[in-house]
Design a protein around this ligand. Structure first.
Ligand code: PMP
Length: 435
């Protein structure tokens, strides 16, 4: 019997005993192919010797120094490396310990920026329906999952929600992808007009929607229009790349493929690759400069921010993702995975959509492929899929949820970037047996 507190399921979970590349091995010796990298975390697999050595070296030298008093070599090196690869205009890094903390910092930075530039009347955020940006109160309050936030309402954040860019169910038959993208982006304009654009701080979105929708990229043109609308009204664009960032979609930052740069971007998960808890909020000189010239400092902070050991791990992860070529490998193996998924499930009666970028892919599970009708919620397809996958020695990330008003089930596939072609074959074979 485990006494661990957050237990989401009444069933007893297997005990993870060891990691070996793309596999996890439980205490009975059963091997699981980690087809979702946890929740798109383990980009380097489970036994990377370089990260392990970097952690050991750092612990032996300096485990921790409070960033209120001192900085450290690994924190500085990580920040430099992040900025060297960041989207255009982004040149400041705020290091935290995870995704929710990164989003929380982004929301507060955006609000403080508006105060510093003399626009304190801007108090609202706009995000998208069904979005997930973390579980702390600010992140939860901004996210668009009403079921998650309901028990805690009224949350402290003022946020409203527009439609996500979800082509599979959103695009009408006679509509081009481009026209669809502009139509959904223009919901932002309409919402701004409804609220009064001068009252809004920022628009927050994931470039490729992860857990809540199953690797849904926006159609080309959508984010360019969003960027244009934000600029026209002096509203900040915050991109949440906690799940889709760090090479997962085949470029280090997912937004590179949308041809835009945000004002603020959050990352976590893949940055620590499961070896250390770490996240970061990155912003442009314009944002932080206004604060530096104004009150002088960002009114935020956590004890473990910029933790030396976590930074040493993340710096090694980032080096491997960039100089080490692992982000390019995510792009390359992502194509192999996409081809394998299409050839296995392209005509499957219960797979309505195969989507995603890089090693961030999703399958939409439907009752009828032709009508796109979802399975009835009481069939509990996602929960049953997860259980059956486990029995087949596969860990993947199935979810049920309402996507823009429609109940749906999807499976997120996000294996480590070190996965081989043979292992992709094994993953797809296990998915097929599970389905
Ligand atoms: N944003 C997104 C897009 C996420 O997927 C998550 C985690 N699933 C978070 C924020 C929160 O990250 P964490 O769980 O590390 O707090």
């Amino acid at each position: 019997m485990s006494h661990i507190f957050p237990r989401h399921t009444k069933s007893v979970l297997p005990v993870a005993a060891r990691g070996d590349g793309v596999y996890l091995i439980d205490s009975d010796g059963k091997r699981y192919l980690d087809g979702s990298g946890g929740a798109a975390v383990s980009c380097l697999g489970h036994s990377d010797p370089d990260v392990a050595n970097a952690i050991k070296r750092q612990v032996d030298t300096l485990a921790f120094a409070h960033t209120g008093f001192l900085t450290s070599h690994p924190a500085e090196s990580l920040a430099d490396r992040l900025i060297a690869h960041a989207p255009e205009g982004i040149d400041r890094v705020y290091l935290v310990s995870g995704g929710s903390e990164a989003v929380e910092a982004a929301l507060k930075l955006a609000r403080q920026y508006m105060i510093e530039i003399g626009q304190p009347q801007r108090t609202r955020f706009i995000a998208r329906r069904q979005s997930y940006h973390g579980n702390t109160l600010g992140a939860l309050g901004t996210g668009g999952n009403m079921w998650r936030r309901a028990p805690f309402d009224p949350v402290m954040v003022s946020a409203s929600h527009i439609a996500p860019c979800y082509e599979y169910r959103g695009r009408q038959e006679d509509e081009t992808a481009e026209a669809y993208g502009l139509r959904v982006a223009d919901e932002l304009e309409a919402e701004l007009q409804r609220l009064g654009p001068e009252t809004v701080i920022a628009f927050l979105a994931e470039p490729v929607v992860g857990a809540t929708a199953g690797a849904v990229p926006a159609v080309p043109g959508y984010f360019k229009r969003v960027r244009e609308i934000c600029d026209r009204h002096g509203i900040l664009l915050i991109l949440d790349e906690v799940m889709c960032g760090m090479g997962r979609t085949g470029t280090l930052f997912a937004c590179e493929q949308d041809g835009i740069a945000p004002d603020i971007v959050t990352i976590a998960k893949g940055l620590g690759a499961g070896y250390q808890p770490i996240g970061a909020m990155l912003c442009s000189a314009r944002i932080y400069g206004a604060i530096e010239q104004g009150s002088g400092f960002f009114q935020h902070g956590h004890t473990y921010m910029g933790h030396a050991t976590a930074c040493a791990a993340a710096d090694t992860v980032l080096r491997k993702l960039t100089e080490g070529g692992l982000t390019d490998r995510s792009a390359r193996m992502g194509e192999v995975l996409a081809d394998a998924l299409v050839s296995e499930f392209g005509q499957h009666p219960h797979v309505g959509d195969i989507r995603g970028r890089g090693l961030f892919r999703g399958l939409e599970l439907v009752e009828h492929r032709g009508t796109k009708a979802p399975f009835a919620p009481d069939r509990q397809v996602a929960a049953r899929f997860k259980k059956a996958a486990f029995a087949n020695g596969l860990i993947c990330y199935p979810m049920s949820g309402t996507i823009d008003g429609q109940m749906g089930d999807h499976v997120l596939i996000a294996p480590p970037f070190i996965i081989s072609e043979d292992q992709i074959g094994e993953l797809v074979g296990k998915l097929s047996r599970t389905l």
